[in-house]
Design a protein around this ligand. Structure first.
Ligand code: AP5
Ligand code: ZN
Length: 214
């Protein structure tokens, strides 16, 4: 089974994708993570995309489609969760081609719907484990022991360069202008499901499980 998680920045795509990896053994393909890895590697492409990401704008279709195509070649097909991809109609068309060339398709598209007002506190309160990448939040998902990652025990945490109010405004603008048209695209293909992502994390996971089991 292959699914797409769509939603604005801070909707909970990464959080829910990681839960599905644990619960269902699916593979998370996050273009945001792949781009941050490229930045961390210091490659020419990584340096180029870092500035675009810090401004909250979209990286070119060519770069992200290339990253996904590379990952699909490595995938032992256990079911993929596309997290933050596709984000434009061109990316959606490319994904369809990449999948059908492999005899695969998208089974469910899940829109995580959240009020804009909730996103500021979700984004500005987010931090992640520097070692394993587990995502936390200052108030809604703190570590169980202060300063220690629940998953791997690391005591180092990071905050993202684009998790500022200014960059968030630009990211939201990109979402509404370039990504939200995909909701109509997948609705027309009868693949779209809407989940209320204002709810607390466990309830959102439950709603996603219900869609996947339907
Ligand atoms: P990307 O990394 O994809 O960022 P994003 O879409 O802005 O999404 P986020 O990762 O910020 O949020 P999320 O929905 O995963 O929320 P999370 O689970 O962390 O992209 C970053 C940049 O890369 C883009 O701006 C662009 O430049 C570039 N890029 C990436 N993909 C691209 C593409 N396809 N094309 C072009 N450019 C691309 O949750 C947020 C916080 O809220 C956490 O602290 C979490 O603990 C908390 N939380 C989660 N769920 C709940 C809940 N139900 N209740 C309360 N708190 C919650
Ligand atoms: Zn960790």
């Amino acid at each position: 089974m292959n699914i797409i998680l769509i939603g604005p920045p801070g909707a909970g795509k990464g959080t829910q994708a990681k839960r599905l990896v644990v619960e269902r053994g699916m593979v998370q393909l996050s273009t945001g993570d792949l781009l941050r890895d490229a930045k961390a590697s210091g490659s020419d492409m990584g340096v180029k995309v870092a500035e675009v990401m810090a401004r909250g704008e979209l990286v070119t279709d060519e770069i992200v489609i290339g990253l996904i195509a590379e990952k699909l070649d490595e995938l032992q097909w256990a079911g993929a969760i596309f997290d933050g991809f596709p984000r434009t109609l061109a990316q959606a068309d490319a994904l369809q081609e990449l999948l059908s060339a492999r005899g695969e398709q998208i089974d469910h598209v899940i829109e995580l719907r959240v009020d804009d007002a909730a996103l500021v506190s979700r984004i500005t309160g987010r931090f992640s484990c520097a070692s394993c990448g587990e995502v936390y939040h200052d108030t809604t998902r703190p570590t169980r022991v202060d300063g220690v990652c629940d998953v791997c025990g690391s005591t180092e945490f990071v905050r993202r360069a684009d998790d500022t109010e200014d960059a968030l405004r630009a990211r939201l603008m990109s979402y509404y202008k370039q990504t939200s048209p995909l909701l109509g695209y997948y609705h027309a293909k009868d693949r779209l499901n809407v989940v209320d992502a204002m709810d607390e994390m466990d309830a959102v996971s439950q709603a996603i499980e219900t869609v996947l089991d339907a």
